[in-house]
Design a protein around this ligand. Structure first.
Ligand code: MGD
Ligand code: MGD
Ligand code: SF4
Ligand code: MO
Length: 749
């Protein structure tokens, strides 16, 4: 019997990037616990991280390519045959119908994987389609649009400096369940408790008394979709009472007067009914925020996936700016990541900024943002005939049938495609529609570096994990699959040389670096850099290149002081390297054309008219639906992991006692929830943790569909709340879906 071995790896499941200590014997996982030596998470772990072993050994996980046969069932197929047939079907389609006939949907886990992020981009580019959809438009796109316009890059999101702040206002986030989002900070509970222990104040704004609200000094119930009103009114008070103070960023701010004018009509008294918070309280919250020594406002999914997502996201940072808290210790700060960050590469202090709406979706004319179109457009782009109709779809680590609005309609549309290929690890609600499922390895058999989430981290951290278990040759990493698909998309056929393609990708990356005049390696020979990276290949070669050229890198010898990072140094530090607390970065990190913080971007001011027209929207007393994340769920896809779904039914409807009584609902019964988009039934939980007029259903459930091969999840199926989300509801600037604040009707079932 083989000996036990202990490995350390960063958990790839959510944004918190916890360190795991994984004990294996041979191929079996013996135990997983938090890595106490991890420089960032210090032993913190959640139930999902502890269940990676169960995910690894899940017998339902797909471990060989699958092809759907004529009778509609999946059968194993060789990689060679799969790529050959994909080429045979895709290549003529693209030739006949053009590049836009193919679409991609990139799901959430693809943002966590270095290889899917970097090589996925290569594949998408090779496809050359405008029909790129991702989970970002059911998530954070409004924040990206807002910060893109304000600071010049879509990931320049200021994060609350939680470990040093005295006052934190959280809107629409529940880090006690989600473990933080656009806020990489393992052990948020510990960090929030430490904030209060040092005398700080925590305020949570949520239509629901979430677990985070229970941790807070103050919980403010808000009407779903009311955040922009509340925040604009707070800004109004701060301006009116002369409490505004730009602090250290003062000389870098443009548009202050326009922002002031834009908030003028949103006096607390005017917005009361729109947000459900009384005027006195709004004014007090504004004064408290302005008076706090070091404060930060932080908004997340509840402020994004709603009607005024971009406005609310923008107003969060307007408040941070006008209270002098932007870019200061204990305020809202810009991380400096070691790898891949737009705002620390190229010329410092100004840049191209962002252009939105460079093209539009074919059917409804929705604007592109950051190269992608709204996920709510996917079904219509498949259904609607004409030039540019989507006939082939590639999904990469995504489950849009459950995660995006109106999954029933999308499911029908998927069945009408000429070709659907899913890179995924399960036969689930989405991938059951595919012609081919191309699996990736278990998370324990691949390396990991969180390129996206260290850009949003409350400390500057690097941590690289090699695979815990030997990769299996028959189940290659996803970058290999993506390169082969890239070869097909580029017209090189199914047998393109993967190594040559990878050399091409690495060569192009090195070329970009040396032609960047601000880079430490500007003007050098790409071949020289590639030589220094030998014998690395694949993601490790790219990662090493990016680390060494990044702000903490060795610059391939060009730098002589600083951490002088290389991938080798990361390999020698299995618990990560802490590069320190966040430091002020304005103006160096700005990438707006003006080199200023644009406090009042024109597209945003224009959108405020829409908000002003909605003052009275919520007076009619109708019911609206919101979601709620659950600690032991991970969006739609970890319900097949038995330890995570044990216990009582979690897919329930939360109803306030007054609504329950009025409608005649009882705890032991079911409710029927419906609107013009959908109609579902589920068990009721009556609780005053949800405000009157609002009901809540968690998303990501509904696993009992035909063809789904998730034996555990099927036993805990639940219902899909997004059957009630219409594809017509979106935040117009960002294209983001509205998943919170959806009008519904309720009756006993
Ligand atoms: N009503 C409502 N809807 C929501 C939300 C909400 O709050 N309310 N939240 C939204 C948000 S924030 C998000 S991010 C989206 C998520 O939307 P999606 O990303 O579309 O959905 P997920 O449930 O994350 O599905 C992940 C998929 O990746 C697969 N997968 C897991 N690991 C791997 C891997 O290593 N490789 C590959 N190839 N596949 C893998 C899983 O099997 C699953 O099919 O959902 C959104 N939908
Ligand atoms: N355990 C677990 N962790 C996860 C995930 C998961 O599915 N499970 N998903 C991951 C992903 S992809 C993401 S994007 C993050 C999201 O992380 P969070 O943003 O923290 O997500 P939620 O826990 O859904 O918190 C959203 C809160 O917004 C509230 N809300 C709804 N509508 C409104 C509104 O109009 N205004 C305000 N102010 N509040 C509103 C809801 O009641 C809820 O408490 O979590 C990540 N972490
Ligand atoms: S909080 Fe997130 S990163 Fe940490 S163990 Fe849980 S799932 Fe993994
Ligand atoms: Mo998300």
């Amino acid at each position: 019997m083989s000996a036990e071995r202990v490995s350390y790896a960063t958990c790839p499941l959510c944004e918190a990037t916890c360190g795991l200590e994984i004990t294996t014997r041979g191929e079996a996982v013996v135990k997983i616990r938090g890595d106490e030596q991890d420089v960032f998470s210090h032993g913190f772990i959640c139930p999902k991280g502890a269940s990676i072993g169960a995910l690894h050994s899940d017998p339902d996980r797909v471990t060989t390519p699958l092809r759907k046969n004529a009778s509609g069932t999946f059968e194993p197929v060789s990689w060679e045959a799969a790529f050959r047939e994909i080429d045979e079907r895709l290549t003529p389609l693209l030739a006949e119908r053009g590049r836009n006939a193919a679409a991609v949907y990139l799901g959430n886990p693809s943002a966590h994987g270095f290889s899917s992020l970097v090589y996925g981009r290569g594949f998408t580019k090779a496809l050359g389609t405008r029909n790129v959809f991702t989970a970002s438009t059911v998530d954070q796109m409004p924040k990206q649009v807002a910060v893109g316009l304000m600071f010049g890059a879509g990931l320049s999101v200021p994060v609350p400096d939680i470990d040093r702040t005295d006052y934190l206002m959280i809107l629409g986030a529940n880090p006690m369940a989600s473990n933080g989002s656009l806020l990489t900070a393992p052990d948020m509970r510990g960090r929030m408790r430490a904030l209060r222990a040092r005398g700080g104040r925590l305020v949570v704004v949520d239509p629901r008394r979430s677990r985070t609200a229970e941790e807070a000094d103050e919980h403010v119930f808000i009407r779903p979709g009311g955040d922009a009103f509340l925040l604009a009114a707070m800004a109004h008070v701060i301006f009116e009472e002369g409490l505004d103070d730009l602090g250290t960023v003062g000389s870098h701010v443009s548009g202050l007067e326009d922002a002031r004018a834009a908030c003028a009509r949103f006096a607390p008294g005017a917005v009361e009914s729109a947000c459900g918070v009384d005027a006195e309280r709004i004014a007090r919250l504004a004064r408290e925020l302005a008076a706090a020594e070091r404060a930060a406002v932080y908004g997340r999914i509840g402020t994004c996936t709603q009607e005024f997502g971009t406005l609310a996201s923008w107003l969060v940072d307007v408040l941070n700016t006008i209270t002098g808290n932007l870019d200061r210790k204990g305020g809202a700060m810009f991380p400096k990541a070691a790898v891949g960050q737009t705002n620390s590469s190229g010329k410092a202090g100004s840049g191209r900024g962002v252009d939105l709406g460079r093209w539009h979706s074919r059917v409804r004319g929705a604007p592109e943002a950051f190269g992608e179109l709204p996920a709510v457009c996917m079904a219509e782009e498949i259904e609607t005939e004409g030039e540019g109709q989507v006939r082939a779809l590639f999904t990469v680590a995504g489950n849009p049938v459950l995660s995006t609005p109106d999954g029933e309609r999308l499911a029908r549309a998927l069945d009408s495609l000429d070709l659907m290929v899913s890179l995924d690890i399960y036969v689930n609600e989405t991938t059951r529609h595919a012609d081919f499922i191309l699996p990736g390895p278990s998370p324990l058999r691949r390396s990991h570096y969180d390129i996206a989430f260290y850009q949003l981290s409350v400390r500057n951290i690097v941590n690289y994990s090699p695979p815990v278990l030997e990769p299996e040759p028959e189940l290659p990493d996803e970058w290999v699959t993506l390169l082969r698909l890239m070869g097909i998309a580029a017209g090189q056929g199914p047998d393109a040389d993967v190594e040559a393609l990878d050399d091409f990708v690495a060569g192009a990356a090195a070329q970009r670096e040396v032609s960047n005049s601000a880079s430490a390696v500007a003007g050098r020979e790409p071949a020289g850099l590639l030589g220094d990276l030998e014998p690395r290949r694949g993601p490790e070669r790219l990662l090493d290149l990016m680390i060494r050229c990044g702000p903490f890198g060795d610059g391939f010898g060009a730098r002589t002081d600083g951490p002088l990072l290389t991938l080798a140094k990361l390999e020698d530090a299995p618990h990560g390297i802490d590069l320190g607390a966040l430091e002020p970065r304005v103006p160096e990190m700005l990438r707006t054309p003006s080199g200023k913080i644009e406090l009042a971007p024109a597209p945003i001011l224009a959108d405020m008219e829409r908000m002003a027209a909605a003052f009275d929207r919520y007076r009619n007393g109708s019911l609206v639906l919101i979601g709620r994340r659950q600690l032991r769920s991970n969006n739609s896809w970890m319900h097949n992991v038995a330890p995570l779904v044990r216990g009582k039914d979690r897919c329930t409807l939360w109803v306030n006692p007054t609504d329950a009584e009025r409608i005649g609902l009882s705890e032991t019964g079911f409710a029927r929830v419906r609107n013009e988009t959908g109609d579902i039934e589920l068990p009721v939980e009556i609780t005053d943790a949800i405000m009157a007029g609002v009901v809540s259903i968690p998303h990501g459930w509904g696993h009992d569909l035909e063809g789904v091969e998730l034996s555990v999840a099927r036993e805990h199926a639940g219902v899909n709340s997004n059957l009630l989300a219409g594809t017509d509801l979106l935040d117009p600037l960002s294209g983001n879906a509205v998943l919170n604040g959806i009008p519904v009707e309720l009756e006993a079932a």
